[in-house]
Design a protein around this ligand. Structure first.
Ligand SMILES: CCCCCCCC/C=C\CCCCCCCC(=O)SCCNC(=O)CCNC(=O)[C@H](O)C(C)(C)COP(=O)(O)OP(=O)(O)OC[C@H]1O[C@@H](n2cnc3c(N)ncnc32)[C@H](O)[C@@H]1OP(=O)(O)O
Length: 187
């Protein structure tokens, strides 16, 4: 989790979304951000200054682990999804390699989790990043946090590994292909 010697500070891509701009879903059926998932988290992420994004997640009944409390795995998903959106700030596609979570306070159903993620360093294809989830407002106490290493991949990662029915559907959808192309501008 510690960036190795030779890691560099992240560089915000010149075509990154402007601070305050909503970063749209990267895939309609994504459990984290897709609109087409009834029990999904429906995270709406916004670009911020630097190589940073924020998001909000309202915990629903479908997200319970213990009675009336969010499931830890669902909270990890919220952190993971927010961290994944950082790819837009670097204009690369990146998948989670490692995700280490700390759970500091229970998060009741109906709570809004205020998520904040940023890239700390980049080393080759490895992107070192961190995220917090606060409750009671954007300045409230930290309920969950995560450190992560994301690994940059090319579109082929999805084409080669995804189930063919979904890949074909994505390739047939001009909007979705546009999303994929937009992320691949970085050489
Ligand atoms: C037409 C279709 C278009 C569709 C496009 C739609 C748009 C998509 C847009 C955006 C998508 C974003 C989605 C966000 C969703 C939220 C995030 C998730 O949940 S992602 C899912 C969970 N994660 C995985 O499924 C990864 C599974 N793992 C793998 O596939 C491989 O292990 C992979 C790609 C991560 C690495 O495999 P290698 O063969 O490419 O590369 P190697 O050589 O092993 O590693 C490269 C470097 O990374 C380090 N590394 C690899 N794994 C690591 C790890 N776990 N921890 C730390 N470092 C690791 C290695 O040590 C190496 O470092 P050294 O270059 O030698 O310094």
């Amino acid at each position: 989790m510690t960036p190795p010697a030779g890691a560099r500070p992240p560089v915000r891509h010149p075509e990154a979304p402007a601070p305050g701009e909503i970063i749209g879903s990267h895939y309609e059926h994504c459990f984290g951000c897709g609109g087409g998932q009834p029990h999904g988290l429906h995270l709406e992420t916004r670009a911020r200054e630097g190589v940073r994004v924020t998001a909000e997640f309202r915990v629903k009944e479908a997200h319970q682990g213990a009675p009336g409390l969010a499931h830890g795995g669902v909270l990890a998903t919220a952190l993971d999804e927010t961290l994944g959106a950082l790819g837009w700030m670097l204009r690369v596609i990146a998948v989670t390699g490692r995700l280490e979570t700390d759970y500091l306070r229970p998060v009741p159903v109906d709570t809004v989790l205020h998520l904040d993620a940023e890239v700390l360093a980049v080393h080759g294809r490895k992107i070192y990043c961190t995220a917090t989830g606060r409750i009671g407002g954007p300045e409230g106490p930290v309920a969950v946090r995560a450190d992560a290493v994301f690994i940059e991949v090319k579109i082929d990662h999805f084409i080669e590994n995804g189930r063919s029915a979904e890949i074909q559907a994505v390739l047939a959808d001009p909007d979705q292909v546009k999303v994929a192309r937009a992320l691949e501008v970085n050489p």
